[in-house]
Write a protein that binds this ligand. Sequence first.
Ligand code: UDP
Ligand code: MG
Length: 304
Amino acid sequence: MYLSMVVPCFNEEHGVQRLYDALVEALAGEVRDYEVILVDDGSTDRTLCEARRLSEHDPRFRYVSLSRNFGKESAVLCGLRHARGNRVALLDADLQHPPRLLPRMLVLLDTGYDQVVARRSRSGDTAWRTALSRTYYRLARRWLDVSLRDGAGDFRVLSRRAVDALLSLPEHHRFSKGLFAWIGFDTGYVTYRNVPRQTGESRWRLSALVDHGIDGLVSFNDAPLRPALVLGLLTTGLGCVAGAVVRGRNRWAAGLFGLGGVQVFLLGVLGEYVGRACAEARRRPHYVVKESSPVPGPPRAVEQ
Ligand code: UDP
Ligand code: MG
């Protein structure tokens, strides 16, 4: 059994060596054959130099460097395409996904699961982020066509057929939590306590989180169009009632106010879907590769 580990790296110059040490230590005596694919997502620091250095030092460590920052989802997709193992692990470079959990996750995978997810507790997260996540998952449970679990992120091990299923999904806006849920298969869970980032800082500013959240809601259902319709009808009704009750100029003002709100809201919702349809229709590649380490043997995946 060959294990591939996919690690997206964006400005992780201080994290790469630590990751190397932690992985080698965690896997020693546990996993014999493995490769690590470091995907440099257009870092502007010395991440690429570090990746080159590591892959020269230890050929089990390979790297692919993207021509600019394409975002974590694209970097992960690139890594999955390059992974040749019949088991593939996804983990972050900042050691927030502790490599020591991998052996336990692999044992669970071998009991017959196709995905084993390490769920994290929210200890250490800021209060606003925890509150935002809770609300988001509550909404997602009600609205989405796939079921998402709080804390179940990208830290997971996948069987080859689960990876192939993921690679068969061509969409441009990749909301990976949704994609993992969409492909299905039996999923096992292990839990771990949240660990703070070891070096560098998180790229998830509030705006990026909100973008990602909307991606998820819009990619996995058509439901927002329905409340938009209902709300549209309701507000129009309210506008009519208000128009009938209030007198004089206020009547017009009430009606216009209601209608204006509904129109802007509906346009926003439609815009989300239209924007997504445009992005998918352009069919641009998800990323562009700048350079990669020499691959021993024929690669499994073909660059698109
Ligand atoms: N990352 C990436 N491209 C990006 C942003 C992040 O490849 O544009 C990588 C980053 O180097 C790390 C992982 O994705 O290995 C998770 O990023 P981060 O720690 O910023 O996210 P958080 O842990 O706060 O969710
Ligand atoms: Mg992190």
